[in-house]
Design a protein. Sequence first.
Length: 388
Amino acid sequence: MSDAVRFLTGLTQALSASVLYGEAHPVYRRAADSAFRQLRDLQSTEGIHLDFSLLDGEVVFRDRVVHELRTWDWAPRFAEAGIQRIEVTGVADAEEFEDFLDQLGGRLAGRPFDSSSVRHDGNRSIRFGHVSVQRDQATGSPAAEATPVSYGLQEECQAIHWVHDEVTRSGRLPLLEAEVIVQSLSVAMHAERASVLPLLQLKEFDQYTTTHSMNVAVLAMALAESLELGSAQVRAVGVAGLLHDLGKVRVAKEVLLKPGKLTEAERAEIQRHPVEGARILLAGDQPLDLAAVVAYEHHLMMDGSGYPCRHSPRDTHYGSRMVHVCDVYDALRTKRPYRDPWDSEKALQYIEERAGVEFDPALAATFTAMIRRWDHRVLGVPPSPTSP
């Protein structure tokens, strides 16, 4: 058993002892002291700065999945309480660690959340909360921060833009950050136990790639849930939706944002983005097969038309057909330089008319019924004023 696993196991044993025996009982005292020692042991082997992310049943220590905890029953309990991140930034004393345990236990028990709580004090060295990704002002590198749960999605907008920038700069996909964004969108969709569609509103067309990627992820996860797919499949479809247009990072911005008619050469450049996206996703340290297939196929139609051109006819992947209908719906609902946005019903009628030609008929029927059923639960979320 690794030191990271020992610490998390000891932490949850202390939380359980607090509930069963109370904080004054010797059993809790021993469990809390043991967890504190395990934290110190972990820092002695791994360094002072530690971070754990809890993403849809998986535990990630720094950038590594903790395989020993793949079936850990505490992960969904933490996630349901909005605890996606545990972060240690310094050497905590025993008193601070016990205060952390009390606050963590309070969140799990559903006690009211006090945003002025000491665990969010910048001078404190151990914190928990919602995962966000933002630039470190000094280095320009990504830095994860434990913050109160928020459903505004401004940080997620900035995060997906950072992901695109990182792919452009280094050719590397920050997979953990992409999965964090999808998990955050899922949390927002089920805020206060009421299913909603938090769709971002476009302010300026040069924000399109960012807002469109997040909207397609939300729509794809909602469609997957309507089809009663399992949680792992819902998340995988969400990641594929988020990254379906990733290849556009290799398209010149003046072409991507051109308001007028494209030349043949410009159109050919844009139509290369599915191939480029698939290449990026397959070249990562952890190849995303479904996301790569969806990136490659999301502009292919049921009748075989679309792009890229295939050498032999074959059916597209089910996930590609799911993302395709979500992609088209959000694109039609968005104001473009050459046309006004379509209202929801007009976009749905287009999808129905093109079922069997462009769209999978069964998926088109499920999607249009879902949107009509959820239309009153669409939340128009304005992107951050600083969003790209």
